[in-house]
Design a binder for this molecule. Structure first.
Ligand code: GUN
Ligand code: ZN
Length: 436
């Protein structure tokens, strides 16, 4: 061990697999010690086992009574929509036209984009989210603003310029050629710079011509370790519209498939109105369905079909989708995820939901071994959860009888107040200052 070792004593929770399919997947240490050095995990085990291995003089930070987990991973969120979170509309398409497009129009101003990016990143960290897959706007300067701030904070983030060349206000439109050129310039500037990754980001089929989607697909094959992110099959009016715009495609998902946009690191938001053929195609191409429960309920889009996803082994991950989503908190997102599951007869265990928010997210992003767990060598992105963070959660936590019940209470009753501290690459980037 090197001399700059730091150690954190608390209960430790992380996963080595999906607990829905592996009964040994949950790794729990009631009195645990997380040991880090140079921003990476050295060890995570029982306090008693590790104490004697620490170099003399190592500071042991005492978080007893708290639970340390890997930082949460939000696999779909829009930073330019921070200011319109919780805006009323009668469904997706009116919401886009009334709130989303006007607010995104302001991001041609890099100073405005930087101010929003700063607030957005602080809000992620306050909620314990250390990695996110983020939409910017059509403006390249919105991407430079975002990555500039994220890189300065040394956060591991994924982001990209929205590509949209039709069916939106003039001030938000690019062209197939300009969008491909701008995206490539941004890839060269930001992809794999420090902890930043680029996502090729055609907004959704209705706002992209076939020519634009094809150029996006070409970029995706030219830069195979970039991400792809888009929306699919969120809302029935949208699905109908896509059928009219692309009459030759077998399904909405097939529009993207034909353009070479399905592969590892492709993130498809919502996936509510897919059929089994689509789900099988998602699985075969290792594309990921990013499930956005607060958004789907808020916009009345529909209920994600977990049983259908599991039956065909469709990869899934968890996301807030702010500003269609109504909370930055992945705990609140678990709360609504659970209820969506209940509406189709599924009981989602809390351990599965915590897995989805940590190692599951890392796997969806092909970042297992880098983030999402306390395996040796992983980056030390971690959070300190407080089961006593509110009077009600404290009272409920006192009567839980198992780890599952405690985690379930955190998912149902926890929020930003539950995040006592957030660490990124071993550095404290948020500490909750007051009890409210
Ligand atoms: N479909 C296309 N754009 C968007 C967006 O910004 N939010 C959501 N929820 N769905 C979309
Ligand atoms: Zn979205």
């Amino acid at each position: 061990m090197t001399s700059n070792v730091q150690a954190y004593r608390a209960s430790l929770l992380h996963f080595c697999n999906d607990p829905a399919f592996d009964e040994h997947a949950t790794l729990w240490h009631t009195d645990g010690l997380l040991v880090i050095a140079d921003g990476k995990v050295v060890a995570a085990d029982d306090y008693d086992k590790l104490l004697s291995t620490l170099p003399a003089g190592t500071t042991v930070h005492d978080w007893r009574g708290k639970i340390i987990t890997p930082g949460f991973i939000d696999t779909h969120v829009h930073y330019p929509q921070t200011d319109i979170i919780g805006s009323p509309a009668s469904g997706l398409l009116p919401w886009l036209n009334t709130y989303t497009f006007p607010t995104e129009g302001r991001f041609d101003d890099e100073a405005h984009a930087t101010e929003v990016a700063d607030f957005f990143l602080a809000e992620l960290l306050r909620n314990g989210t250390t990695t996110a897959a983020v939409y910017c706007t059509v403006h390249p300067q919105s991407v430079n603003a975002f990555f500039g701030r994220s890189h300065a904070l040394n956060l591991r983030m994924i982001a990209g310029k929205v590509m949209m060349d039709r069916n939106a206000p003039e001030f938000l439109l690019d062209t197939p050629e300009s969008s491909a050129r701008d995206s490539e310039t941004l890839i060269n500037r930001w992809h794999n710079k420090g902890r930043q990754h680029y996502a090729i980001t055609p907004r959704f089929a209705p706002t992209s011509s076939d020519a634009q989607l094809k150029l996006a697909g070409e970029l995706a094959s030219q830069y195979p370790d970039t991400y792809i992110q888009t929306h699919v099959a969120e809302n029935t009016d949208e699905v109908k519209w896509v059928k009219e715009l692309f009459p030759d495609s077998r399904s909405y998902l097939d529009v993207y498939d034909r353009c070479g946009l399905m592969r590892k690191r492709a993130l498809y938001a919502h996936c509510i109105w897919l059929d089994d053929g689509d789900r099988a195609r998602m699985a075969a191409t290792h594309s990921v369905a990013t499930v956005c429960p607060t958004s789907n309920l808020f916009l009345g889009s529909g209920l994600f079909d977990f049983a259908g996803a599991d039956k065909l082994h469709m990869p899934v991950s968890l996301a807030t989708d702010v500003g269609g989503g109504t909370s930055f908190s992945m705990l609140q997102t678990m709360n609504e995820l659970y209820k969506v599951g209940r509406m189709s007869g599924i009981h989602l265990a809390a351990q599965r939901m915590f897995y989805m928010a940590t190692l599951g997210g890392a796997r969806a992003l092909q970042l297992e071994g880098t983030i999402g767990s306390f395996a040796t060598g992983c980056e030390a992105d971690f959070i300190v959860l407080d089961p006593q963070s509110t009077p009600l959660l404290s009272r409920r936590s006192a009567t839980t009888n198992s780890l599952e019940e405690q985690l379930f209470a955190l998912a149902m009753l926890g929020d930003d107040r539950t995040i006592t501290a957030t660490y990124s690459a071993g550095i404290c980037v948020h500490q909750r200052s007051a009890w409210i």
